[in-house]
Ligand binder design. Structure first.
Ligand SMILES: [Cu+2]
Length: 172
């Protein structure tokens, strides 16, 4: 089956060039979460751009602007085409600069890719580094009503139990 074989070869070759195309200088970055962080759902993701660049909603054509795309668990897409829309490529066409996502527990990668008014990557592409986070199982994590409270890790030390009097038995 030559067609199947060539399809497989094509798929293999497509997987390679993604990294090489990434610009050395990252014009976008993830303000949160931090690379290597362990987080719980919902995961708050905050996008950042270097000062040369600005955010504009999809459909608004303006130089050096674009809207964010969050790349989850994927290489960058084909940078010569409009950014796809699926569970790996989330568009923020309204010009949003942060979001919350729910991810399965375990390791995930996150990366930002800016797209222009037509959801096309810029040339060269405006990307962030690809970071890796670990989503902890949140079985016993109470739903946080307000995601704003950072560092809300007030330890709850158990009240120190008074040392139990040691019964003494004199063995003399
Ligand atoms: Cu888009």
């Amino acid at each position: 089956m030559p067609t199947l074989k060539s399809a497989l070869l094509l798929a293999g070759s497509l997987a390679l060039p993604g990294v090489a195309l990434a610009a050395d200088v990252h014009q976008a970055y993830l303000i949160a979460p931090q690379d290597g962080a362990t987080v719980t759902n919902p995961v708050k993701v905050v996008f950042g751009l270097q000062k040369d660049w600005g955010v504009a909603p999809a459909g608004v054509q303006k130089e050096k602007t674009g809207h964010f795309h969050l790349v989850i668990d994927s290489e960058l897409p084909d940078l010569t085409k409009a950014i796809p829309t699926n569970e790996h490529f989330i568009h923020f066409g309204g010009g949003q600069t942060e979001t919350e996502v729910n991810l399965s527990s375990g390791k995930h990668t996150l990366q930002i890719l800016l797209g222009d008014h037509n959801h096309m990557p810029h040339k060269p592409p405006v990307t962030s580094e690809r970071i890796t986070i670990v989503v902890a199982q949140d079985a016993n994590a109470p739903a946080k009503p307000a995601p704003a409270a950072a560092h809300d890790h007030a330890a709850h030390p158990a009240p120190a139990a008074a040392p139990a009097p040691v019964p003494r038995e004199h063995e003399e």
